[in-house]
Design a protein around this ligand. Structure first.
Ligand SMILES: NC(=O)c1ccc[n+]([C@@H]2O[C@H](COP(=O)([O-])OP(=O)(O)OC[C@H]3O[C@@H](n4cnc5c(N)ncnc54)[C@H](O)[C@@H]3O)[C@@H](O)[C@H]2O)c1
Length: 327
């Protein structure tokens, strides 16, 4: 798809981060957008930012509350898109919503593990299933599924358990790669891409907590503090969180959020521009950021070593990647 003007895009997780920037850049090009998110507050901010800029004539943006891990909510979202945009087809589907968490089979609850997996994998799978008829009905269409560097390297380093997110992101990558052939055989007017971002400056650290707890607030609740004490492992931060006061724990969470957002090598806006360029060029694999390209090379060069401490040392030196980098 060479141009987005006059098209209709669906973006999941459009409330913040890369999703918000995708919505903004699509709208700026004259593409109508229907976004969903679990946070009405975040989507209202996306709409406010767009309204502050000139919007090409005829471009419509609609917001829909929907949890992508719940098929019935996605079906309602799809029906709302069809009704509110008065159409039976969409041209672009960005399955972007995702959260981190539930990394360990030993130290995290099964509920958290499955929540992360069901959002990061289930959201992509169900998103494709739900919107497929509307993509088929378009004259040309493109599916964009967001995986991660954790879709080819299942780690955040040797001191962090990361099983749910990595499993989901590998699934998204495998599914999308296999979809290349399924679409070519059965619906050749639909293309697809898997997006593998490195560390992108977003609020995913805080947003993941909000989605996990169902509490859309920036500060940690008493329950969050207790969970942090219970779950945060000594070794990840080098701090024994059990001994920290509530204020110190709030400050540590805010600092982790700030560093993830502000010290990333790639901004969310730049990431969205790279993703949209990849779609225009019809590339099925879209690596986002120099760190992602370098990590891809390192893992391919020596896959057997990929989970050793020496590999991680090399990666942090060569990629400039720190612990607490990409989720
Ligand atoms: N930021 C990074 O470094 C990075 C790296 C690799 C991959 N990713 C992936 O990129 C995607 C976007 O992440 P981001 O960094 O922009 O995060 P973000 O937290 O800024 O944005 C994600 C949005 O998705 C929404 N969301 C979460 N769960 C949802 C659900 N169940 N249903 C609907 N909406 C939901 C959140 O409310 C949020 O608005 C995710 O899939 C993430 O895993 C991010």
């Amino acid at each position: 798809m060479r141009a987005f003007a006059g098209k209709l895009a669906v973006v999941t997780g459009g409330g913040t981060g890369m999703g918000r920037e995708l919505v903004r850049q699509l709208v700026a090009e004259g593409c109508s957008v229907a976004m969903c998110d679990v946070s009405a507050k975040a989507m209202a901010e996306t709409v406010r930012l767009i309204a502050a800029e000139p919007v090409p004539q005829g471009t419509r943006i609609t917001s829909h509350i929907a949890d992508v891990s719940d098929e019935s909510q996605l079906i309602r979202f799809r029906d709302e898109v069809a009704g509110q945009h008065d159409t039976d087809h969409i041209h672009l589907l960005f399955n972007n919503a995702g959260i981190g968490g539930g990394g360990s089979l030993f130290n995290d609850t099964r509920e958290d593990w499955e929540r992360t997996f069901n959002v990061c994998w289930g959201g992509v799978y169900l998103g494709v299933r739900t919107f497929l008829p509307m993509l088929v009905a378009a004259d040309e269409a493109h599916i964009v599924n967001t995986s991660s560097v954790n879709g080819f390297w299942a780690s955040l380093g040797p001191s962090v358990s990361h099983t749910a997110y990595a499993a989901a992101k590998f699934a998204v990558k495998g599914f999308t790669e296999a979809l290349v052939t399924d679409l070519a055989l059965n619906a050749p007017h639909i293309k697809c891409s898997v997006v593998m971002p490195g560390h992108i400056g977003t609020s995913i650290v805080a947003n993941s907590r909000k989605v996990m707890t169902g509490r859309d607030e920036d500060t940690l609740s008493d329950e969050d503090l207790a969970r942090a004490r219970e779950r945060e492992r000594i070794g990840r931060t080098g701090v024994d969180v059990a001994r920290l006061t509530d204020e110190a724990l709030q400050a540590a969470a805010a600092e982790r959020h700030r560093r993830f957002l502000e010290e990333a090598p790639t901004t969310a806006a730049k990431a969205a521009a790279i993703i949209l360029d990849g779609v225009r060029e019809e590339r099925w694999r879209i690596l986002v950021g120099d760190d992602a390209h370098r990590m891809d090379q390192l893992v391919r060069a020596d896959p057997e070593a990929a989970y050793s401490p020496q590999f991680f040392d090399r990666l942090t030196k060569e990629v400039g990647w720190r612990l607490g980098g990409a989720p």
